[in-house]
Design a protein around this ligand. Structure first.
Ligand SMILES: [Ca+2]
Length: 105
């Protein structure tokens, strides 16, 4: 029994010595079209884009999910595509994007 405990302790040593040396940072990902980052693509996401474009609302926290058509810029067409997706079932790229510049994934 002592040998078993000693063996398990020796096997665990490298884990404790080397296992704490790495810190991996993951950049959060958001669903394409989820402008307000609430986890769903809804009507209010297109409204947030419209307010962003015409200055009546706050800045977008994250541009890339707002680039709904993945063209590289956030524009009126993204708001329209978002609305068409919500109300008419139009296809948008169903992908996860990081919080980078518009068009980045
Ligand atoms: Ca949303």
């Amino acid at each position: 029994m002592k040998r078993l405990i000693l063996s398990l302790a020796l096997l665990a040593v490298p884990f404790f010595v080397f296992g704490r040396g790495y810190e991996v940072e993951y950049e959060p990902e958001y669903l394409n079209g989820d402008t307000n980052l609430d986890g769903a693509v809804c009507f209010d996401d297109s409204l947030a884009i419209l307010f962003y474009l015409w200055g009546g609302g706050s800045e977008l926290e994250c541009l890339s999910p707002s680039d709904v058509d993945r063209s590289g810029v956030v524009g009126l067409e993204d708001a329209i595509l978002g609305l068409r997706h919500v109300f008419l079932g139009a296809d948008i790229q169903d992908c996860w994007v990081t919080c980078g510049r518009a068009g980045s994934e």
